[in-house]
Design a protein. Structure first.
Length: 138
């Protein structure tokens, strides 16, 4: 809470300033008012520049932040695309391995069938591509 003494002191300062102004000649009063106007104008210019600078900085850093977000999203998209390609390659490799295993099983079944028909191991090896050792194990 403001004390009475403080209010009185503030009032006396204002009265003193008014008395000082009143004591000036009309020419001096005019010069004082022009000086006060220039001071207020410059203060407004500085306040405006400060506010403009603040807004410019906000816009600049907002732009930088948006650019960083955009780059992060692009990097994330590239990483997801790379992961997708790797998964597709892995799937193709697994499918190729499965086909090779199925082909080998067919060759082994064919070799067993040819053995049961009495065909020689050399001929079966030549026709199926299996080694003699693999055929002997059947």
């Amino acid at each position: 809470m403001v004390s009475n003494a403080s209010l009185l002191q503030h009032l006396f300062v204002k009265l003193f300033n008014l008395a000082e102004y009143s004591a000036l000649s009309k020419k001096e009063q005019k010069a004082y008012m022009e000086s006060l106007k220039k001071y207020n104008d410059w203060q407004n210019v500085l306040d405006y520049a400060h506010e403009e600078g603040y807004q410019e900085a906000v816009l600049k850093y907002e732009g930088l932040l948006q650019e960083a977000i955009k780059q992060t999203e692009q990097e994330k998209k590239r990483a997801e695309e790379k992961e997708k390609l790797l998964n597709e390659e892995k799937k193709r490799a697994e499918e190729e391995k499965k086909r090779a295993e199925q082909e080998r099983k067919k060759l082994i079944e064919t070799a067993k069938w040819l053995l049961s028909l009495g065909m020689s191991i050399d001929t079966i090896s030549e026709k199926t591509g299996l080694t003699k050792e693999e055929i002997e194990k059947l």
